[in-house]
Design a protein around this ligand. Structure first.
Ligand code: NAP
Length: 487
């Protein structure tokens, strides 16, 4: 027998997005909701990514909810365990645990007559008026299908599926990929690996964090005088908005400053000229995520670390071979090769009005009006949806704007139905793509920000503009049926 439960709102996912949304709903007096979470705990990406050195590359005073400041961050850029702990404490403090159903993997979301049926793998159906997706963009590990990969006799795993039973000290390790995850785990592995080979396809622009622990005096100050933390948070936001965002827009002076800082660090830490020359990207600053690290180039400069830039031809039983004929022996291979980010919501079969498939709608790349609503899918809201990612600031800042946007749409809709107008969404999307085509992200052929040549993941403007637009929804852009729905 199918177990069917009725709720006003179903939120899928309990990372920053789902928890923050739930907390804001409760503050508004809305408690007829459930959060469905496939794993056995909250935290989303901060639960899965436990690789050595995992931390946040956005400073924690900004990478946290403005309505739940934490004066107790140990470092300026918090480590993964403390971020997970922050989210668990937030869930507890806000009494959210009783709203979460763990181990509920959503398989289908089917719309009919003003209601959604959200089906889970366990066979439960949650019938609701509003479906809120909070499943994130970065949670499907991508492991390239290298020839011979499955015959490797050592240990191998993706950075987001770290096998903590495997000891890496004194081992011969290969790390494939040099993105944001690799830049954090490579320095940790380099400390104790016998030999570490870093397989780099393309280097990154990297600048220093100047990270350090907060002193107990600073923590006490932040606790006693919260406005100081607010000012600091604002200054962090300003750095992203006025220093990094212009670089993505193509500002020459600030772009050359990033290049100079990057090159100086390489010169300082990587004495081998051949190695150093391979570390300088040949693409526009900001086209891929600008990485922040105090430790990466130091690690690459170590004698036990080899930088391999020839493409991988095959993986042997105990080695990795390259097309230039190099063969490196390995006990462990780490795939720091990123995530499948497109299409969005790929693991859920979403059918909107008249059974229209979301996958069909997004066959040429995902889109959504302001990243939150999409035509033919009434009463469905996305958090961290298409074209909402950022390369210069905290995603939490944008999530908070999305929470307020959704709360306003909920109040406009009441018991009825809301759907963005087709013409509005089309016009918005055309404008977004036009603006995105002028930004650094469009200046390279491929990255996880792109799908089929279009930038589908990132927002085209400053985070200030995004915030402003989201917090004041234009009611006439939506079709709203306020009549009572038959339940
Ligand atoms: P990523 O940035 O997509 O990096 C993947 C790496 O694997 C790249 O160096 C890529 O090379 C390489 N690669 C992929 N396929 C390959 C192949 N077939 N052969 C050789 N190399 C291959 O992935 P990520 O490092 O996991 O980071 C993804 C995103 O997660 C980040 O951009 C960031 O938004 C987020 N993240 C955030 C934090 C944080 O601190 N907040 C930390 C980690 C990750 P190419 O560059 O040549 O494609």
């Amino acid at each position: 027998m199918v177990d069917c439960k009725k709720k006003r709102i179903v939120i899928v996912g309990s990372g920053f997005a789902g928890l923050g949304m739930a907390s804001r709903l409760l503050e508004k007096g809305i408690n007829d909701f459930v959060i469905l979470e496939k794993s056995e705990g909250v935290g989303g990406t901060w639960r899965y990514n436990t690789y050595p050195g995992a931390e946040c590359d956005i400073a924690s005073m900004l990478y946290s909810f403005s309505f739940a400041p934490n004066p107790a961050w140990d470092f300026k850029w918090a480590k993964q365990p403390q971020i997970l702990n922050y989210l668990e404490k937030f869930t507890n403090d806000r009494d959210l645990y009783s709203y979460i159903k763990f181990g509920e993997k959503v398989t289908d979301a089917l719309y009919s007559n003003g209601r959604w049926d959200i089906k889970t793998k366990n066979g439960t159906i949650y019938n609701c008026q509003f479906f809120v997706s909070a499943i994130g963009q970065l949670h499907h590990p991508s492991v390239p299908n290298f020839k011979g990969k499955d015959r490797f006799l050592g240990n191998s795993f993706h950075s987001a599926e770290w096998d903590h039973s495997v000891k890496y000290e004194g081992k011969k390790i290969g790390v494939i990929g040099v993105g944001a995850s690799a830049a954090q785990l490579i320095p940790e592995l380099a400390k104790s690996a016998k030999k570490l080979v870093v397989y780099q396809r393309s280097p990154n622009w990297i600048i220093n964090k100047h990270d350090r622990p907060y002193s107990s005096f600073e923590k006490r100050l932040a606790k006693k005088l919260p406005f100081l933390s607010k000012i600091y948070r604002l200054s962090l936001w300003c750095q992203g908005e006025f220093l990094i965002w212009p670089v993505i827009k193509g500002a020459k002076l600030r772009g050359s400053l990033v290049r100079r800082l990057n090159n100086l660090e390489i010169k300082k830490h990587v004495k081998n000229r051949d190695k150093a020359s391979k570390l300088i990207p040949d693409y526009a600053v900001g086209a891929k995520r600008i990485l922040l690290s105090d430790k990466y180039y130091k690690a690459i400069g170590q004698n036990n670390v080899t930088l391999e830039t020839s493409a991988i031809s095959r993986i042997g039983k105990r080695s990795v071979e390259t097309i230039s004929g190099n063969k490196h022996d390995h006990d462990i291979i780490v795939f720091a090769t990123g995530f499948h980010t497109n299409p969005f919501l790929k693991e859920i079969n979403v059918l909107g009005k008249s059974g229209f498939e979301l996958k069909e709608s997004w066959k040429d790349g995902a889109f959504a009006y302001l990243g939150v609503t999409t035509h033919k899918f009434p009463n469905m809201f996305m958090l961290y949806g298409p074209n909402t990612n950022t390369g210069h600031t905290s995603i939490i800042y944008k999530l908070e704007a999305q929470f307020e946007h959704i709360l306003k749409l909920l109040s406009i809709t009441g018991d009825g139905i809301i759907e963005v107008k087709d013409s509005v969404e089309k016009q918005y999307n055309a404008q977004a793509q036009k603006k995105l085509s002028r930004l650094a992200w469009s200046k390279i052929d491929a990255s996880w920000y792109k799908d089929g040549g279009r930038v589908t993941n990132n927002w085209y403007g400053s985070s200030y503009e995004y915030n402003k637009r989201l917090r004041a929804p234009i009611v006439k852009n939506f079709m709203v049926t306020t009549s009572q729905i038959i339940q």
